[in-house]
Design a protein around this ligand. Sequence first.
Ligand code: FHN
Length: 571
Amino acid sequence: MARRDVDVARMWGEASVRREDGGRGEWFAESRFAMFVHWGLYSEAAGRWRGRTYHGISEWLMHVARIPAREYGRLARRFNPTAFRAEEWVGLAKDAGMRTIVVTAKHHDGFAMFKSAASRFNIVDATPFGRDPLKELAEACGKAGLRLGFYYSQFQDWHEADAAGNTWDFAGPGDFERYLRTKAMPQIEELLTNYGPVALIWFDTPGSISREASAELAAMVHRLQPRCLVNSRIGNGLGDYVTLGDQEIPLTAPEGLWETVDTHNDTWGYADNDHNWKRAGELIGRLARSVSLGGNYMLNVGPTGKGAIPGESAAILREVGRWLGRNGESVYGAGRSPVGRQAWGCCTARPGALYLHVLNWPATGELWVPDWKGKVREARFLASCEAVAFSRKGGHLRLAIPAVAPDGPATVIKLTVGGQVKAAGGGLFLHDGLANEFAAPFASLHGCRHGKRSWMEKFGDWHHADVIVGWKRGSSARWEFGAVRAGMYCLYADYACLPEADGSEFEVSVGESRWRFPALCTGRAEGRVRIRRERLGMVTVPKAGRYVLSVRGVDVRGEGAFVLQGLVLER
Ligand code: FHN
């Protein structure tokens, strides 16, 4: 084993995979919405150890609190999840409109949530509970027609001297091969032989696992269950589909099959202290944005140590499910849209139809789809089937909408179209009454480059941004956009500026407006880029037409110390 600790930069493995084979992924592309469950001994500890609260992801408690394996293992003696009812979890997933459940069979703490002959550190042999919840879950999923997949931490196992991750109990490199052969492989084999059809094995944090080990694991999964998918976090580009970074809702999408995984609050495992639930509207927005780029959305719930999914989380999920009951046609079996993201939301598509997900409802009485090239047969609110009047103006499509959204938390308008929908360029457009984002991936650059930054806010609470990097004097980024009327807009910049670049000077321009602004330090913290939004001033768009918004480096200090995520025009 090259290193015992896990290199954060290599947490998630490759962002591309070999091409999926044998039709194994057909169901995956249709299913769109899944439930992820992080449940283990850490749920019992709930983010607290020896009277102290550890903020961030609770399933890493053993790691962040440096708890000796022997002491952590004692949690098993009191782990008795008597409130666990497999049918209730499955019922909630169904109510929420989720079609697959992926549950932690073994997380990094090394504790198996199923009966295992390979290690007694498992829920049946080591706890007073003595039941196998994965067996119960497999039966309940089978009855309800949901797919079941298992999360398995193949590289990190903090309970084992020979695996990766535990640097506080075990010194020096262990014998990874031994761990692989005596625990990881036998346990994965148990999961694939004792629980009926397994939809996927969800590997995680491949770190520096060798290509041979990844290949052997993938081959074993496919030999035991030829229809079972393997995600890209198996490492070395050997998955059947791509899992993006944690909580990453992308602006541009990878080719082929992909998913993103998200937390409901700011942790995966249960934490007493975390009530930061994403509202139903936010979840729907994240689901719709994933589907609009052809991806799947897997949302996590963290049951308590007693085995119950927190009530607030369940109630919000049910609200999402009710919305999907009315609007599911725009999600399941729908996919990538040719119309790019707009300030009001995003689009999903299927042959003959385009679905406008209006996540931010404009109170202006109109909704614009810019650069419209297709033919519209009819427009209707998907939930109520009520017709929406539409017309064309200046090459754009205009829909007449009420001042208040008819179907909160996100109204969908279905456009029935003739032939293929074609949208020109990036479709950047100034929507009245909304925040119009001019994001890094859609800029033309001169003397600077596209890049990406990922950082944690609380521990393990990952955030991601596409950014523009490599700024120097004379570098510039420009966005061309359309506007259908005159107006004054407030301009903001989203950027990160380290102390070395503090006071760097940039020039912005749009139409006749042009002025300079200083970049202000947004702080420095380990592993954090701290992107912040700064208000730069007001700009006037004098009349309908096409404009260019640009930003140019005038005096840029501190090489690499300034990154720009984008500009925002809001009115
Ligand atoms: O370290 C894990 C983390 O605990 C959690 O399981 C997430 C889910 O994607 N995966 C790893 C970090 O990316």
